[in-house]
Design a protein around this ligand. Structure first.
Ligand code: ZN
Length: 165
């Protein structure tokens, strides 16, 4: 697996390697020229509407292999607030990339089958009218997978959530 230098600034590399094992992630970086959110004109405020902290793209080769892209310069406080609201669960600013990692893993075929990017592509070809519905369902599944993973992550590290924090 290829990991771009700089990723260690916001994610522990050992943790990253351990968590991505078996998911077919062959490259992790902060850049993807074909990803509009990483365009120079990209506006942070706009990105929240898309919910982008990270992005999973299928590698153009046989089998289920992926590239994982992170958006490195984010307002963590803002992102945490936005995520907490979306999930109905308190997410700490220091957890946003961890949650994003879990969420993106939740988009792989291993976890979500036909709702993975490649699975969706095939459904689009069959019935384009279902596109947005299936996408929404895929996001829900990825969130639910990530919430469960984060719960375990917190239990392991004895991270407690209190309302006055
Ligand atoms: Zn997603």
């Amino acid at each position: 697996m290829k990991i771009e230098k700089g990723i260690e600034k916001f994610l522990d590399l050992e943790f990253l390697k351990k968590e991505t094992r078996g998911f077919g992630i062959i490259e992790i970086n902060t850049e993807d020229p074909s990803c509009s959110y990483l365009h120079p004109d990209w506006i942070e405020e706009e990105s929240w509407k898309c919910g982008s902290i990270a992005k999973l793209r299928r590698k153009d080769m046989p089998g289920d292999y992926y590239k994982l892209h992170f958006i490195p310069k984010l307002d963590k406080e803002k992102a945490a607030k936005w995520l907490s609201k979306r999930l109905g669960v308190k997410i700490f600013p220091k957890e946003i990339y961890i949650f994003a990692l879990f969420h993106e893993l939740g988009h792989t075929r291993k976890i979500t089958g036909d709702l993975s990017p490649e699975g969706l592509k095939m459904s689009f070809l069959k019935d384009p009218s279902q596109q947005s519905e299936l996408r929404l369902e895929a996001e829900k599944r990825a969130d639910s997978f990530a919430k469960k993973k984060l719960e375990k992550y917190r239990i392991k590290r004895r991270i407690r959530i209190s309302d006055d924090e």
